[in-house]
Write a protein that binds this ligand. Structure first.
Ligand code: 2PG
Ligand code: MG
Length: 429
């Protein structure tokens, strides 16, 4: 038993400079820290990130939620076994029973439960990923990366509507080769944009390139051309995060084209991006319909045999929402973000449910992230298969890639490569 002897909480800053919470969980002499990440394109169903709404940091401080939690809940967590992820989850939910942790916010439970995992690894002198694999009885594997190349939407001031155009190095044989390929694609995209007169001196929230283009299609063409320029056509594919919740306005979608704003029905919206599958090498589409637009999700279900259809805002790493998705066969993959669930245990529960249904799992960072790399251990230990942490640039992103490269260097686990996409029947690779 690794009883929690002390928990410290304090305010720090994330990669966007926004206040967030850091937790230190101590088990006797051993301790570990974890910081809560936060999203920009957040969904309505995810655990809340509560900000104080006072003068400090112009209303963005989290000090008050830390103070409330420290007074009301924290003492009740002392003595719990840090290895018992389920009990910690239960205790936290007992004090804040709504699914979205509306009383104290989900940022505090996620930081505490992650730090408890890392502290328990430290007491065992074990790598964090091996604690996860032991817990889930899974075989560790280095995941296939999905790497942001071009950013729009909430991550790049609405430069284009699409939030992310990502590169998937499907045919790479190692994580080293995978990282080099996506790096080459990012460089080629930047160079093509520069040559077309688009200033490339800035990077987006997740380290991707960006430019204010006429349409999503123009950006897709730039990335497709960049893959060719890098000599990687047929080896590197494209994944999209459409983040459709951001374009949804009650009963219709709004898109921008050559300076015009167009309103589209659910059907028109899904049909529009479905047509891209015949033009660009797209193998994966995330949030192709808004979180509660069930008609849009049903329409995409016919594509599940052909490409990866991922639910992010739609499932919000919540097990019951995922179970509905599995029952309706509207998708075949879930994005796993621990802070959407609010606790490590809940995130692992959703991940296990997805795997049990032969769905794909993509462990994902947030657009506001931190210098920590536990996400990689989570992906490796759970054998998630895929990981998304943004681009190759910016330290909060490279911290994760570098952890993956470290695990590869020490031959900790095999690289899964394109086998991570085996859940899609007729994927054209
Ligand atoms: C997403 C994430 C990460 P955010 O939508 O998948 O790219 O973005 O953290 O802003 O929700
Ligand atoms: Mg998303």
């Amino acid at each position: 038993m690794s009883a929690i002897s002390k928990i410290d909480l304090w305010q720090v800053l994330d990669s966007r400079g926004m206040p967030t919470v850091a937790a230190r969980v101590s088990i006797g002499e051993k301790s570990a820290n974890a910081i809560a990440p936060s999203g920009a394109s957040t969904g309505a169903h995810e655990a809340l990130f509560l900000r104080d709404n006072k003068e400090s940091y112009a209303g963005n401080s989290v000090r008050e939620s830390i103070a409330n939690f420290t007074e009301d809940v924290l003492p009740q967590l002392i003595g719990i076994d840090a290895n018992d992820f389920a009990e910690l989850d239960e205790k936290l939910r007992h004090h804040d029973p709504s699914q979205t942790f509306s009383k104290y916010g989900g940022h505090i439970p996620v930081a505490i439960t992650l730090a408890a995992w890392l502290a328990s690894a430290s007491t065992k002198n074990a790598e964090p990923f091996s604690v996860i694999s032991e817990h889930l009885h899974s075989t560790p594997a280095l995941p296939l990366p999905m790497v942001n190349i071009f950013s729009g939407g909430a991550h790049a001031g609405g430069a284009i509507d699409l939030q992310d155009i990502l590169a998937v190095p499907v045919h790479a044989n190692s994580i080293e080769e995978a990282m080099e390929w996506v790096w080459l694609v990012r460089e080629a995209t930047k160079s093509l944009l520069s040559k077309s007169g688009h200033d490339q001196s800035l990077v987006a929230d997740e380290g991707g390139v960006t430019a204010r283009l006429q349409s999503d299609e123009q950006a897709l063409q730039f990335v497709t051309d960049a893959i060719a320029k890098a000599g990687l056509s047929g080896k590197v594919a494209i994944a999209l995060d459409i983040a459709a919740t951001q374009s949804f306005h009650g009963d219709h979608y709004q898109i921008h084209q050559a300076g015009d704003v167009k309103n589209l029905s659910s059907e028109q919206f899904v049909t529009r991006w479905s047509k891209w599958l015949d033009i660009y090498p797209i193998i994966s589409v995330e949030d192709g319909a808004a979180e509660d637009d069930s008609d849009g999700w049903q329409q995409q279900s016919s594509l599940c045999d052909r490409i990866q259809i991922i639910g992010d805002d739609r499932y919000a790493t919540q097990n019951d929402r995922l179970q509905n998705g599995i029952a309706s066969k509207e998708a075949n993959t879930i994005l796993i973000k621990p802070n959407q669930a609010g606790t490590l245990h809940s995130a692992l529960t959703a991940l296990s449910t997805a795997k049990g249904a032969n769905w794909g799992t993509v462990v994902s960072a947030r657009s506001g992230d931190t210098e920590e790399s536990w996400l990689v251990d989570l992906a490796v230990g759970s054998n998630a298969g895929q990981i998304k942490v943004g681009s190759t640039h910016r330290s909060e992103r490279s911290a994760k890639w570098n952890r993956l490269l470290e695990l590869s260097h020490f031959a900790t686990a095999p690289y899964i490569g394109k086998a991570a996409l085996a859940h899609i029947k007729n994927l054209n690779l």
